[in-house]
Design a protein around this ligand. Structure first.
Ligand code: MEV
Length: 427
């Protein structure tokens, strides 16, 4: 939780100044944010314990999404991304929602699914019946695998049995639903699936092959909604055109893929910053986008009766706070502290809200001035900085080269020289 996420002018500070403001608002010391220095972040030694054949680490910029109010709480949002405009766009959209109370979320609870594949089952219908009858025994055996999870209020919740027609015959697929609490859950459910497989095969009279979680995490859904202010969006015409853009993405897979990519720009940035598994979340979200056999938009925008824009997003989010890189990576730990979240549910709430904000920002830009203007404005700041502008000069140089439509290094150098010549140096 942040004392406020409305940190105006953050981008005009230098990095030390930004850290100070973030630290102050999030209740951390600037030293606690020190791990965000490349030299102090993930050490080679720690990296060597994470994966194999380590030769180095990759730096990705971490920026702070501002203006977010999620379920009534101000949140500063660490976002790891190499793409310009993402952090600024999310922050801008969050400001438009802030006027109307920010983002409101709900979730279905942290339930993951493990799949156990049974093949060569002589009578699949009868086997499915026997497996359903054995559910209490199977669920108890699953819980016995993870007493710690059970002591935290998690554990096996349900057994589902499917008869699946495949080209190698009817297979019996058992789904074990497990409440994984604050974990991402892969380790917990995979352990259970492997332990249960022999007994399931015995009951079915067949052979177990695959025993692995499903990334289609449709029992771990997070929903976010927000109302974006008409005037901050740019007026009634922009609202109308965003609704048209939304309808386009709801109906057309070609547009939906790009629309959803915009959502993932925000979601993946927070998932990565917090050390979670970006591929798991992306697989879950894209599979959730298929409804009625057609790949569609994950979000929807509508005009409210008072002329503002209401946005909703529904995504499966398999993210956790315990285990994996979230615990091992110092930057992920700092990200969790900045977010001020207490559990995986709060993390999911922030991530879904960022996805919706990111999506709104992209749709707004596309429906209004187009995406390039914002990109070029940010690009101009990079050009200004690389021409030698000091942090306090960057905004001035960038705005001049944008206004004069000459976003080029040599012109930035010229503008900078002019600016310095015109600014009297203190005696
Ligand atoms: C670019 O990274 C993302 C967008 O293409 C998303 C969209 O088109 O909605 C701008």
């Amino acid at each position: 939780m942040a004392s406020t996420s409305r940190l105006t002018g953050l981008r005009d500070s230098d990095i030390a100044g930004r850290r100070e403001r973030v630290a102050e608002s999030a209740g951390l010391t600037p030293e606690q944010l020190g791990v965000l220095d490349p030299a102090a972040g993930l050490s080679l030694e720690a990296a060597d314990h994470m994966i194999e054949n380590v030769v180095g680490v990759l730096g990705v910029p971490v920026g702070i999404g501002t203006n977010f109010v999620v379920d009534g709480v101000d949140r500063l949002v660490p976002m790891a991304t190499e793409e310009p405009s993402v952090v600024a766009a999310a922050s801008n959209a969050a400001r438009m929602a802030r006027e109307h109370g920010g983002f409101t979320t709900s979730d279905t609870g942290p339930v993951m699914i493990a799949q156990i594949q049974l093949v060569e089952v002589p009578d699949p219908g009868a086997a499915a019946f026997r497996l359903r009858e054995a559910a209490p025994e199977i669920l108890a055996a699953a819980d016995a695998q993870d007493p710690v999870l059970v002591s935290f209020g998690g554990g096996a919740r349900a057994l589902e049995v499917r008869e699946l027609a495949t080209r190698t015959g009817v297979q019996v697929i058992v789904h074990l639903h497990v409440d994984v609490r604050d974990a991402m859950g892969a380790n917990a459910v995979n352990t259970m699936a492997e332990a249960l497989a022999p007994r399931l095969a015995e009951i079915a009279g067949g052979r177990a092959i695959l025993r692995i979680l499903s990334n289609k995490a449709d029992q771990r859904i997070v929903r976010a909604r927000a109302t974006f202010d008409r005037d901050l969006l740019g007026g009634a015409d922009v609202v109308r055109d965003i609704v048209h853009a939304s309808a386009f993405a709801e109906a057309d897979p070609y547009r939906a893929a790009t629309h959803n990519k915009g959502i993932m720009n925000g979601i993946t940035a927070v998932v990565l910053a917090t050390g979670n598994d970006t591929r798991a979340v992306e697989a879950g979200c894209h599979s959730h986008a298929v409804r009625g056999g057609i790949y569609r938009a994950l979000s929807r925008f509508e005009e409210t009766p008072s002329g503002h824009l209401a946005g909703t997003l529904e995504v499966p989010l398999a993210v956790g706070l315990v285990g994996g890189a979230t615990r091992a990576h110092p930057v992920a730990q700092a990200a969790v502290k900045i977010l001020g979240i207490a559990n995986a549910s709060e993390l999911g709430a922030v991530i879904a809200s960022v996805g919706l904000a990111q999506n709104l920002a992209a749709c707004r830009a596309l429906a209004a001035e187009g995406i390039q203007r914002g990109h070029m404005t940010l690009h101009a700041r990079t050009i200004a900085a690389s021409a030698g502008a000091e942090p306090h000069e960057v905004a001035l140089v960038a705005s001049r080269i944008v206004a004069e439509k000459k976003i080029r290094a040599e012109y930035a150098t010229e503008v900078l020289a002019e600016l310095r010549a015109a600014t009297p140096v203190a005696p």
